[in-house]
Ligand binder design. Structure first.
Ligand code: PLP
Length: 402
């Protein structure tokens, strides 16, 4: 009888081979820029592609291979799929290299949502649009509108998604969008950073490419930047995405790959606790008299509560909320927190708080920011693994008198 290993086991087990007979418990960090050859003939074979071997760490390194195979297995968990993953130096290196790997031409278009992570929006505005590619922002919840756009605009080549999005937790119907895109032979990609493969597996819904900032929950401890592209089209991954990594040089470091692999071993435990704590914090905030609105998918008041329940194992641990006192109240609160850390990231073991309008989304045009609910008074919270009563007590004392 075949036994398929569980998700937790795939997170923890390391598969690595060593030739010398040395048998370390944990995989070594291949801190080397180049790899050597037994002979000139062997070197020639490798460079001519007749033999597979590591050449140079901007191209590939065993420390990347280990974590790439792990994340690919997690994204394909329970599915009869064999995706290929590639590790990058950051989430933005992964996203930009992926988009450039598609070799879109002037006149081609990308259909996306206007509420992407701020730096992704900036990348589309300042770099991709500069190559002559149009960026079409649409309400991707309006499936009729998406169908019309895909029908009427043959230039659309990529449907780019982020669900749940940063920081208002909007979700999009991945299955319905993937079906529409397939009808028009359009590539689909999603930024799955907020959910991780433990909460959401976009391949289940027919999405073609998955992107991650591994800096967040996958690393889990804030110790290293990283990014990942995972794709079902292995040929495109191995040739084009890999080539972009090689040419643009957004390659990760072996040490960061090691830190990522260490962090991912506890992904399941962390995500379970992150999500449990976040649900309690969201319920607390929603009842607080100083709070005007809470964006968290666990709340029936969130417009995407039902969709999130359908697409994800649990609701994510990031949320945002608006204080009735607006920006000034937000600044006072962020100055008063003691346990929550004022910093611009998410997904670490401790609770992080920040102000998107002046920090992560400060380069998104004001009109676009406001249109998507990223108001001046919005605060983002990444709920950590501390005792939830301590997190709530800190928020309570920080909101006292607001
Ligand atoms: N995607 C999302 C949803 C993010 O939140 C971030 C960073 O906050 C990124 C991508 C970019 O990742 P990185 O900072 O690793 O480049």
């Amino acid at each position: 009888m075949t036994h398929n290993k569980g998700f937790e086991t795939l997170c923890i087990q390391d598969h690595f081979g060593l030739e010398s007979g040395v048998r370390p418990h944990l995989p070594p960090i291949y801190a080397t820029s180049t790899f050597v050859y037994e002979s000139a003939e062997k070197a020639m074979d490798v460079f001519q592609g007749k033999e597979q071997a590591y050449i140079y760490s901007r191209w590939d390194n065993p420390s990347y291979t280990l974590i790439e195979e792990k994340v690919a297995a997690l994204e394909a968990f329970g599915l009869d799929l064999k995706p290929k993953a590639l590790l990058f130096s950051s989430g933005m290196a992964a996203i930009s290299s992926f988009i450039l790997s598609l070799k879109l031409k002037p006149g081609d278009a990308i259909l996306t949502q206007g509420n992407l992570y701020g730096t992704t929006t900036e990348l589309l505005y300042n770099v991709i649009a500069g190559t002559g590619v149009s960026i079409i922002y649409a309400d991707l919840k309006d499936l009729n509108k998406v169908a019309d756009l895909l029908q009427s605009n043959g230039n659309i080549k990529l449907l780019y998604l982020e669900s749940p999005n940063n920081p208002t937790l909007e979700c999009y119907d991945l299955e319905a969008l993937a079906i529409l895109a397939k009808q028009h032979h359009i590539i689909t990609a999603i930024d799955n950073t907020f959910a991780t493969p433990y909460l959401q597996q976009p391949f289940r819904f027919g999405i073609d490419y998955i992107l991650h900032s591994t800096t967040k929950f996958l690393n889990g401890h804030g110790t290293a930047l990283g990014g990942m592209v995972v794709g079902l089209d292995r040929q495109h991954m191995e040739k084009e995405v890999w080539r972009m990594r090689k040419l643009l040089g957004g390659t990760a470091s072996p040490f960061d790959a090691f830190l990522l692999n260490n962090g991912i071993k506890t992904l399941v435990l962390r995500m379970e606790k992150h999500c449990e704590n976040a649900n309690k914090v969201a319920a607390y905030l929603e009842k607080h008299t100083a709070v005007a609105r809470v964006n968290h998918n666990s709340l029936p008041s969130h417009p995407d509560h039902e969709l999130a329940k359908r697409q994800m194992r649990h609701f994510v641990s990031t949320m945002s909320f608006e204080l009735k006192g607006g920006l000034q109240a937000g600044i006072r609160m962020m100055d008063k927190v003691k346990l929550c850390i004022l910093t611009a990231s998410i997904g670490t073991v401790d609770t992080l708080i920040q102000h998107p309008a002046s920090m992560t989304h400060s380069n998104v045009p004001l009109e676009q920011r406001l249109q998507y609910g990223i108001t001046d008074g919005l605060i983002r919270l990444s709920v950590g693994l501390e005792n939830v009563e301590d997190i709530i007590a800190d928020l309570q004392q920080a909101m006292d008198g607001l």
